[in-house]
Design a protein around this ligand. Structure first.
Ligand SMILES: NC(=O)c1ccc[n+]([C@@H]2O[C@H](COP(=O)([O-])OP(=O)(O)OC[C@H]3O[C@@H](n4cnc5c(N)ncnc54)[C@H](OP(=O)(O)O)[C@@H]3O)[C@@H](O)[C@H]2O)c1
Length: 405
């Protein structure tokens, strides 16, 4: 076990990026400038511009660059928890995960890149278990509403039926939001890696790719266009299902199969009843396939990167974030056929306004509610690490709701 007495509870690495800036503003509202947290980035000039923009010139600053291990070690020596928004993580994330694992520094991030998470688990689990570092990926819209929607539904099912559901499906009933440069770059990088690597394509087909044991059987998690009788409407594939389903299945494994070994989970977008719903589902599905194909092919990828897609540091406007929202529905069925529906909502756009609040609460929760004695080091999922404590925080201070409907 590595022990250090850090100066800060929390450091935000990537503070100058698009999500990083929203997160800093949120933490400022939540905590103020009280010496317990600091901001970090590779650029002193950008940090100065950020504190001036925030009106918080006394916010402590740290300079660190992912290409300079010593700077990351210095950052980790100063804090108990690092929140990293430096992405695409598959390109820039590994050095910090490695140093956190080695130094026993707790870590959370926003990655939605399953191939990278798998590499990190394989390479640094043993080190993190030994040092006591708790590493929690996917602490944004991917995958906290999904992971905790399932966790909450299972608690409710146990209370009502005396047993958990062995099948849950999540349907995006409504959502409004946009995309940032960092998110687009992460998606493009994943498609690029997958088109060059057949083994990775196979791995991305395995719903248990992030689970310790992969001997269980699970149907494909990408739901095609089809009519869903439980929701009385058409559904279409959901772009975040690839990461969310894997996190939910890993949570089940880390919670010692609290949802059962036969547990199945999938996600899709609900497009509505009748012919209009069918048409919208087909349109979404074709649009998603077309986007993936365009990203895989270098001339169209170049065109996308240089025309339609936002650049690093750019994303939806403040108004778009404030007007954004999401409404997710979870439908659970027990082995005996009892059913339950849970609704999870967020009050800002999923990817940024809401994600920044969720990530901030995950970081605070790690720093304030989980001393080293409370949970061992290793690679946790949000639900297996935080449980009810984070649900309380999300409802109280991050604009989320959880209810049976
Ligand atoms: N899970 C979710 O729900 C969710 C939601 C939103 C975003 N994301 C992910 O979050 C990540 C960030 O997104 P974003 O839109 O904020 O991206 P962004 O605006 O491009 O910000 C990236 C940050 O990384 C920093 N950075 C890049 N290279 C660095 C280096 N060598 N050393 C130190 N810092 C470096 C950038 O610093 P500079 O300012 O100096 O360039 C910037 O602060 C992406 O991977 C995205 O996919 C996930």
């Amino acid at each position: 076990m590595v022990h250090h007495t850090p100066r800060y509870d929390l450091v935000i690495f990537g503070a100058t990026g698009f999500v990083g800036r929203i997160l800093c503003r949120y933490l400022l509202e939540q905590v103020g400038v009280n010496g317990s947290w600091a901001i970090a980035s590779r650029s002193e000039a950008k940090l100065n511009a950020l504190v001036s923009d925030l009106g918080a010139s006394s916010l402590p600053q740290i300079i660190a660059d992912v290409t300079d291990e010593d700077s990351l070690r210095d950052l980790c020596a100063q804090t108990q928890v690092v929140i990293s928004t430096v992405g695409p993580y598959a390109l820039y994330g590994e050095p910090l995960v490695k140093i956190c694992a080695e130094t026993g520094t707790d870590y959370c991030d926003l990655t939605g890149e399953p191939q990278w998470i798998r590499r990190m688990i394989q390479r640094y689990s043993a080190t993190a278990e030994q040092s006591g570092a708790r590493i929690i990926h996917c602490c944004g819209f991917d995958s906290i509403p999904s992971d905790f929607g399932v966790y909450y539904l299972q608690q409710q099912a146990k209370q009502r039926f005396g047993q958990v559901c062995d099948r849950i499906k999540m349907r995006v009933k409504a959502a409004q939001g946009g995309v940032s440069g960092g998110t687009a770059a992460s998606g493009i990088n994943l498609v690029k890696e997958a088109s060059a690597d057949p083994a990775l394509r196979q791995e991305l087909d395995n719903p248990y790719s992030l689970c310790p044991s992969q001997s269980l059987k699970h149907p494909p998690t990408l739901v095609p266009v089809q009519y869903d009788p439980d929701f009385q409407g058409w559904v279409s594939p959901f772009v975040m299902a690839a990461i969310n389903t894997r996190i939910v299945l890993r949570s089940n494994a880390l919670l010692e199969y609290a949802y059962g070994k036969r547990f199945q989970y999938d996600e899709a977008v609900l497009t509505g009843p009748n012919a209009i719903g069918w048409l919208a589902a087909q349109g979404l599905s074709v649009g998603l396939g077309g986007m993936a194909a365009a990203m895989a092919f270098s001339p169209t990828r170049w065109l996308l990167e240089n025309t339609l897609i936002p650049k690093s540091g750019e994303g939806p406007s403040q108004t778009a974030q404030e007007q954004g929202f999401y409404d997710l529905r979870f439908w659970g069925t027990t082995a005996e056929g009892q059913t339950i529906q849970v609704k999870v909502t967020g009050d800002r756009d999923p990817g940024y306004g809401s994600t920044a609040k969720i990530l901030g609460q995950a970081g605070l929760c790690l720093a304030e509610d989980f001393p080293p004695s409370a949970k061992a080091g290793g690679f946790w999922t949000p639900a297996s690490m935080f449980g009810d404590v984070l649900i309380e925080r999300l409802v109280k201070a991050a604009g989320l709701t959880f209810e049976v409907c």
